[in-house]
Design a protein around this ligand. Sequence first.
Ligand code: SF4
Ligand code: SF4
Length: 351
Amino acid sequence: MPFTSIMKLSTYLHFLRHALWMKMDRRHRVPLTMNLHVSGACSNRCLYCVLDNDNSTDLSLDLIKTVLHEAWSMGGRRVNLTGGEPLLRDDLAEIVHYAKDRGFFVSLATCGARAQDQVEALRAVDRVMLSLDGPREIHDELCGPGSFEALQQGIDVFETQGVSYWTTTVLTKLNIPHIDWIVGHARSHDIQANFVLLLMQREPVPLRLPSAGEVAEILPDDGEIRAAVKQLMQLKRAGAPIGSSMPYLKQLLEWPDYSDATSPKLSRHYRCVAHQATCELLSDGMLYSCVSVPGCSAGVSVSEHGFAKAFTRLPEIENCRSCAISCQLESNLIFSLNTKTIWNWMRLIGK
Ligand code: SF4
Ligand code: SF4
């Protein structure tokens, strides 16, 4: 079966068993998938990112190993290494090997800079998610001068070293007109292009996001977003290499108000599993069920309590039941056993 070539069949069955259990029992909790912010700094300066490079903190290697060990023992099977920029860590290969040796499916989000120094780590990662925001001049405008050149060098490293990668694009006013270029880029490199909405902060959330004022110049309006999502759906229907699942794109299209990516309203199509199946460890050592929920400031310190205790202490999220946030929405669809979303990812991960 081709889809088992990267993620093991036993991992799919593990996810399925726990998703069914979670459906029947809201109290059943396992950190099946985790976002691990291994670095608080980044070499890019994206207009939609409010990372504080001057005051960044990194998780220690010992803490990361403890977290991975405990998460695996509790049933965790997927870890996404993110930041900041994970490739800035000199000990990245040790982190990736440690996670792979336990048996995790490891993905890694990067802007591509420093790829040539991280070949050992990158080759061991199951899927690299590379930020690509458009053709050179658009990407440089959105992510900082020289960022496209760094990304291009990263792609060269990936392709010569056999690193498996896809792209992720944050939809903005500047790059929506270039969707065809981005999808064409994916087609010519035989990879998948993924698309996410630009997130803003209306109220304080654990992961600091820009306010509408900070991204006013690149913020697409409602009509531009809906037209872009419709275009992506048409392209995907026509067989274009778009990773984002069709149920996810449909949910984006049906989202009532893009200025607020979260809602207390239940979705007819999925249940939020953030409290049960997913968690996010920020680079300051604070663990959350979800970092995008206004008012959800109740993180738990992993340095203080250890991962296992911190995870079990995470409070249930009460004020958020649906969202238009890419990873969270795709995870919610998968763990709510949405068959089209599951098939989309099983098929593409195995390619
Ligand atoms: S690449 Fe990611 S972490 Fe770095 S500045 Fe851009 S959005 Fe922020
Ligand atoms: S609905 Fe989305 S944003 Fe809200 S708690 Fe769940 S995963 Fe997080």
